[in-house]
Write a protein that binds this ligand. Structure first.
Ligand SMILES: Cc1ncc(COP(=O)(O)O)c(C=O)c1O
Length: 355
């Protein structure tokens, strides 16, 4: 039986998929927070986990189906997706690389940057975000390079998360948790949220989802317009259309399921917030999975607030990998361009404040 829930329930789908992760990711109760349950996406792979693995399973399979070994991704200096692309792409024999733009220098981002510098030969670290669109366009029109867009946010990438909704429906049937009323997830590129906006009604249509569909509290960590409501719905609708094209049923994503939570964004992408730090500290005290300050800590802060004010059950996405990172290669880091070494130094100065 396939480990990919979309193929399990819709075997007729003509959808590329290659397994990188270990599924189902567990659902665990966090009783100290009451009616709160954790979807342990952090455990999706011991090589490098987190929510991006599901995205890469369909995208890498597509690159292989097209016979394209060169894969490039795009993101910020501390991109989890770049780390996931590099570490998992290698397993498939892909020649992966990344074009990365500057972001706030934080310990979380620096940890990833060190891994990227240590593990990847083909990484281009831009000095300014202003040149990023030109690089994106050039890669998009390249004939011999498969482009994984920022966050993997296209219909094929999002379907990996639709599969997760079916996986959760199976876990609910097995009695793992009561049917959640609220899902809480960080929204960066919109890929995960858009996939869920398709996967939940799909699970309902297939008769898998017990009871009413939950609201998705998508906690903004990247600015408008990247995470504008209209953008999320646009990707969800494109994902639903794509699902139909590859042989799936017609799904109408319901905008009423989407609650865009903008309260925990702070002063910008990757900017550390007090609420995020407090949530990360609280999770650490409970020996719950790690919350990174860029993404999961902000959604963690939203979860803590919601759990105080609203009735559950809640299902919280642990989106940051908890796998041990590979050893870094200090010699390679020492050879990085000067602007990157200075950026790493700035990030290290903030270490004292990090969770
Ligand atoms: C740890 C983590 N959480 C959440 C997200 C947001 O997911 P998405 O980009 O699918 O909206 C990301 C995206 O990179 C991430 O790395």
């Amino acid at each position: 039986m396939s480990d990919f829930a979309l193929h399990r329930h819709l075997p007729q789908l003509e959808l590329p998929h290659i397994q990188l992760g270990e599924y189902p990711t567990p659902i665990e109760h966090l009783p100290a927070l009451g009616d709160v349950w954790l979807k342990r996406e952090d455990l999706s792979s011991p090589i490098y986990g987190g929510n991006k693995i599901r995205t890469l399973e369909t995208l890498f399979a597509d690159s292989q189906a097209r016979g394209m070994r060169r894969v490039q991704t795009l993101g910020a200096y501390g991109s989890n997706q770049a780390v996931a692309c590099i570490l998992h792409g290698r397993r498939l024999g892909l020649d992966t690389g990344a074009v990365l733009f500057p972001q706030r220098a934080t310990p979380t981002a620096a940890e990833n940057m060190r891994v990227i510098l240590s593990e990847c030969e083909h990484v281009r670290m831009l000095r300014s975000i202003l040149t990023f669109p030109a690089h994106w366009l050039a890669l998009r029109s390249s004939k011999d390079t498969y482009l994984v867009p920022p966050g993997g946010a296209n219909p094929l990438g999002a379907l990996g998360h639709s599969a997760n909704a079916l996986e959760i429906a199976e876990q609910l049937h097995a009695g793992t948790m009561p049917t959640p009323k609220h899902l809480v997830v960080a929204i960066g590129s919109t890929c995960t949220t858009a996939g869920l906006l398709v996967g939940l009604p799909l699970a309902q249509k297939l008769g898998l989802w017990p009871g009413e569909l939950p609201q998705i509290h998508a906690v903004r960590v990247t600015p408008w317009p990247v995470t504008a409501r209209s953008q999320v719905m646009k990707l969800a609708k494109a994902t639903a259309r794509y699902l139909e094209q590859v042989g799936g049923p017609r799904i109408e994503p319901d905008p009423k399921l989407l609650v865009l939570n903008t309260k925990h964004f702070g002063w910008g992408y990757a900017r550390v917030t007090q609420g995020g730090l407090a949530a990360a500290k609280h999770f650490a005290e409970l020996t719950a999975p790690p919350l990174d300050t860029t993404y999961a800590a902000k959604s963690g802060a939203a979860l803590l607030e919601l759990a105080r004010e609203t009735e559950g059950p809640f299902l919280f996405w642990c989106t940051k990998s908890s796998a041990a990172l590979p050893q870094v290669d200090e010699a390679r880091i020492a050879r990085a361009p000067g602007h990157i070494r200075r950026w790493l130094q700035r990030a290290d100065k903030h270490k004292a404040f990090a969770p």
